[in-house]
Design a protein around this ligand. Structure first.
Ligand code: ADP
Ligand code: MG
Ligand code: MG
Length: 253
């Protein structure tokens, strides 16, 4: 079993008016085999949590720890974090003009495993992964994220997820901007990955609708830079009915 352990995590972002604390003591343990959903209002710091774990240079950790099987993730470079088994799908994926999807995937796979994948099986694996999310073969020749629709970006993330098959995946608003068919396709991909049994999923979302397709074992309500409440899938249903107000008000008071 693998464990991703976040303890008392504090992070600040540099702004024009000085450093601003966004994460205010996050505690969260994700074991392999578990699906966790983090839900919370806009601006509560969900993406910041994902970036902080991934090692985005904009965010400075001021307190706390993140470990993967006891290893200090925060001491690792971004590449080392990926090699250690962490995968982050961004809320706003970056465009990489001139780099094709096929090249990008191959480079990423090589970086994570330390050796280039065997050409024949690799091409087959890529095509199969693309077919599962209903991307046609010409997609592999397009520049990464350039002119991708919202749905194509998210399907491409699922292709990455399935091919890299990391120990832990952090998916930030994988559901945003998806129509109902794309949401189903993307959710099925997430479930294929997460249901292997020894993988850990941290699904960050603003809306409850993706949780109709992906049933989390644990739901965490994220408000004002920390987890305000934890529960099972029933907590998502309560959020759907009641919204975030009760939690936001509880923090404000
Ligand atoms: P969420 O993903 O929950 O919507 P974010 O993590 O994106 O929240 O943002 C949390 C808060 O941090 C917001 O108030 C946002 O404006 C602020 N923030 C994030 N990044 C920056 C930045 N680079 N400069 C200034 N403020 C930022
Ligand atoms: Mg947001
Ligand atoms: Mg966000």
């Amino acid at each position: 079993m693998s464990t991703l352990d976040i303890k008392n995590l504090h992070a600040v972002v540099e702004t024009e008016t000085g450093p601003k604390e966004i994460l205010k003591g996050v505690n969260l343990t994700v074991n392999s085999g578990e699906k966790h959903a983090i839900m919370g209002p806009n601006g509560s710091g969900k993406s910041t949590l994902a970036y902080a774990i991934a090692g985005h240079p904009k965010y400075t950790i001021t307190e706390g720890s993140v470990t993967l099987d006891g290893e200090d993730i925060l001491e690792m470079s971004v590449d080392e974090r990926a090699r250690a088994g962490l995968f982050l799908a961004m809320q706003y994926p970056v465009e990489v003009p001139g780099i094709s999807v096929a090249n990008f995937l191959r480079t990423a796979k090589t970086a994570v495993t330390g050796e280039a994948p065997k050409v024949r099986t690799w091409v087959k694996d890529v095509n199969a992964a693309m077919e599962r999310v209903k991307l046609d073969e010409t997609f592999a020749q397009r520049s990464v994220n350039e002119g991708f629709s919202g749905g194509e970006k998210k399907r491409h993330e699922i292709v990455q997820l399935e091919l890299l098959n990391p120990k832990f995946a952090i998916l930030d608003e994988t559901d945003s901007g998806l129509d109902i068919d794309a949401l189903r396709i993307v959710s099925e991909g997430v479930n294929r990955y997460a249901d292997q049994g020894d993988r850990g999923l941290l699904l960050i979302t603003h809306y409850t609708r993706i949780l109709r397709y992906i049933t989390p074992d644990y739901v965490h309500v994220f408000v004002n830079g920390r987890i305000a409440e934890q529960g099972g899938p029933e907590l998502a249903e309560r959020l759907e009915a009641e919204g975030y107000d009760r939690f936001v008000n509880a923090v404000a008071n």
